[in-house]
Design a protein around this ligand. Sequence first.
Ligand SMILES: O=C(O)CCC(=O)C(=O)O
Ligand SMILES: [Fe+2]
Length: 217
Amino acid sequence: MTSLDLFGNLGSEPLRSNISEQATLFHQFLAKNDEALLTDVRGVLKSAPLRHLQTPAGHKMSVKSSNCGEYGWMSDSQGYRYQRIDPVTKAPWPQMPPLIATKAIEVATLAGFENFKPDSCLINVYLPGAKMGLHQDKDERDFTKPIVSFSFGLPVNFLWGGFKRSEKYQKFQLQHTDALVWGGSDRLRYHGVQQLKDGVHPVTGRCRVNLTIRQAE
Ligand SMILES: O=C(O)CCC(=O)C(=O)O
Ligand SMILES: [Fe+2]
């Protein structure tokens, strides 16, 4: 027995915070994979460039987005939806890099969601000043499947609300390499992101990168 065994599992379990009944924040879950994941993201963005989406009401979203995986999340004057073809390149979205899918399945399982088969990864890039208003993720077919969200770069305050937009929300910080998972009874909670404060992160520079990994079909 090495001296380390005295501590049993200590240090190998990710540090987690329970946000609500079925929402869990895994602190620095991606700490060992940040460079590899961000290299994968940059690869995706070479074939499916970032763009500002329009909301159905005609407003330009402040984040810039793209997708990888079988389905890409879209918003335009026609509404919110998933589609297989990128309207900018007219080609299918790039494949989801295996490491993104593997880490998403791993953290979903730790959070208690088995059989998660992600087929969509939305890439959101926030520059200082960008934000995302309170909304529900409800364009997916099966609400028993969780939402997995990865954060990189500048920290941001995440808003965690109730089941109506007007309900009170709590606020907590998402930091570089954190993974957040929600599902089950919390699957349709309103959530959003406060305006990104200016700063420079040693890994991403002057931005925050979010990956929202979902099973659309
Ligand atoms: O950037 C985030 O952390 C949240 C993104 C989000 O909620 C979404 O894209 O639906
Ligand atoms: Fe969302």
